[in-house]
Write a protein that binds this ligand. Structure first.
Ligand code: CDP
Ligand code: CDP
Length: 212
């Protein structure tokens, strides 16, 4: 079965948390596409040309714990505006989206550019303050000490850059279901997302039956 769940939205909205829950529930494969940009950013910070790094990206690099560092987040957002870099990462994401057995992907442009025909599209968002608080708590737990104010500023800067870029700007696809997680628990956000996916799975099954 080909079935793509596309999850887009700003930093620390809960995309990854929801994507992992959907993958666990459905058995679909999960790809956090932000890791691709972060892996390229890490190499760019080390002095490599980002487009060259994107063309030779090794999947093993996606496990590097340094990818979560705030300076890598900013560099990822900066380099992700380069059209040739997005082009270099397109094929691997496109192939993943339409793989046999189903796929869940989270990022910024999955429902708009990578897989506009995705069977289920979610745009997961939350207030900048709620997202900065979550990200700050994650960073603290990982021993990456920083202030809440600095994290809020970082989140705002990245959102603005991701939404303003000319190529594949972050925005909800016209047919995406928007989930605002500001006042939701993780369990509530996951339940809302799963309800959408189940509904679309039933619809896809129905249209397959009608087509014989
Ligand atoms: O992938 P994205 O950057 O959008 O977010 P994430 O990595 O899933 O992180 C979201 C953080 O907010 C996690 O620490 C979650 O436990 C927390 N959280 C959430 O995801 N959803 C809520 N409704 C409340 C909190
Ligand atoms: O987890 P968080 O939401 O903080 O960030 P991420 O998903 O790991 O993405 C890091 C950066 O990569 C984003 O700020 C975007 O600039 C870029 N990105 C993108 O342009 N397109 C995607 N599909 C995923 C990430």
């Amino acid at each position: 079965m080909i079935f793509t769940v596309a999850i887009d939205g700003p930093a620390a909205a809960g995309k990854g948390t929801i994507a992992r829950a959907i993958a666990a529930e459905t058995g679909f494969a999960h790809l956090d596409t932000g890791l691709l940009y972060r892996a390229v950013a890490l190499r760019s910070l080390a002095g490599e040309d980002p487009v060259t790094a994107a063309r030779g990206l090794d999947p093993v690099a996606l496990d590097d714990p340094r990818l979560r560092r705030p300076e890598v987040s900013q560099e990822a957002s900066r380099i992700s505006a380069i059209p040739a870099l997005r082009e270099a990462l397109f094929a691997v994401q496109r192939g993943f989206a339409r793989r046999e057995g189903g796929a869940v992907m989270d990022g910024r442009d999955i429902g708009t550019v990578i897989c506009p025909e995705a069977e289920a599209k979610l745009f997961v968002t939350a207030s900048p303050e709620a997202r900065a608080r979550r990200r700050w708590e994650e960073l603290r737990a990982a021993g990456l000490g920083t202030s809440y104010e600095a994290t809020l500023e970082e989140v705002r800067a990245r959102d603005a850059r991701d939404a303003a870029r000319a190529v594949a700007p972050m925005r909800p696809a016209p047919d995406a279901v928007v989930i605002d997680t500001s006042d939701l628990t993780v369990a509530e956000a996951v339940a809302a997302a799963l309800a959408v996916v189940r509904d679309r799975l039933v619809a896809a099954e129905g249209s397959r039956r009608r087509q014989g």
